[in-house]
Design a protein around this ligand. Sequence first.
Ligand SMILES: *Cc1c(COP(=O)(O)O)cnc(C)c1O
Length: 456
Amino acid sequence: MSQTRIMLDESEIPTHWYNVVADMPNPPLPPLAPDGNPVTPEQMLAIFPGNLLEQEMSAERWIKIPEEVREIYKLWRPTPLMRAHRLEKMLGTPAKIFYKYEGVSPSGSHKTNTSVPQAYYNKQAGFSRLTTETGAGQWGSALSFAGQLFDIDVRIYMVKISYEQKPYRRSMMQTWGANVFPSPTDMTQAGRDALAKDPNNQGSLGLAISEAVEEAASRKDTNYALGSVLNHVLLHQTIIGQEAKKQLEKVGEYPDMVFAPCGGGSNFAGIAFPFLADKAAGKKVRLVGVEPTSCPSMTKGVYAYDYGDVSGYTPLMKMYTLGHNFMPPGIHAGGLRYHGESPLVSQLYHEKLIEAVAVPQVATFAAGVMFAKAEGIIPAPESCHGIRAVIDEALRCKESGEPKTLLFNLSGHGHFDMASYDRYLSGKLEDFDYPKALVDEALKDLPKVDWPPKAA
Ligand SMILES: *Cc1c(COP(=O)(O)O)cnc(C)c1O
């Protein structure tokens, strides 16, 4: 049997992040203010430090990773690339399946790849207080860990339903010294408005973002950190794909297809964008983002300017969206319950350089359980979406006899998600297809702006 665990040396951690903007056929569309004009850097400086804003707007292909950040990356990077021999065998597929395992990070997912540089750049710029939101708790944990490394006071608005259902994620954040609040809170206008309308509001990612942004914008000493969606976040994740390429090279392989679950798009971008550079240079490789049928931003949403949050505090971004008022069903992959998709991933999807598929919840857990039985690792519910799509492709290869090489990003482990597995194993989990009528309803509130502006 050929090699199972393909490792790199510490010295092979990438030295630069890869900026896909340099290889896009068209420049990214600008974020807009509600009046339809591009947002000015001054407006963005209310919640982000200048050094990160520079990355957000950069078109430079390679951006150097600070040595201090690379040193911290050594705590868990390079992450292993694994050949899923046992899964292949279980499926009886001629396909070769590889996965990059990001669950070895301190918080258990890819999100520390960006929380560490975000904390670093904020500290460099003189900020010692950060706010953020968290849904499933993955991002909140990652930022708590990073904040602690740089002596930053981290304040987390955690979607109330998760706060109650995932007490151990909360304890994890508190262990790293963060303050965690169940959102909606009575500490912000956005929270108070939501509670006035519905005292039992269980919260949503969009609402928690409004609260975190409001606090950051109202205080000079405080910035806001986002765990996905924005260009600089996607940029930081590209170390995943760079390492994976090097690891595949070591065993003489190159993927026909690359898969990853898609919430805000950062782990997908992380593994896929470095391959997009090859695609731009003429190589054939298919890049597939996988989303839930219950929150299908790319496969059922529209490509339009929309807010990133419920209250309309964020700039408008051109993205695939289900509408900022979209209330996602309570699916168990909390990290995929976001109404939009990152502008970079959205534009590449719009220009047909990447693909998207949607998979139903129950089938994703079936895939996760199969993977756990074959490979040992219990995947996060979000990661199970990528696994489902890979298994489906591997089964198609079995039909056609095609020995494709498939790569996916195992974005995190599911050790804090066993209550969800429990529901699956006891047959209590359901599928939700987001009804077209509800999508249409939420889309009615889309802001009426576009870029370039339509001539009057
Ligand atoms: C947050 C998360 C995701 C989805 O978020 P992206 O922004 O699309 O990367 C996927 N998997 C895990 C384990 C996560 O924590």
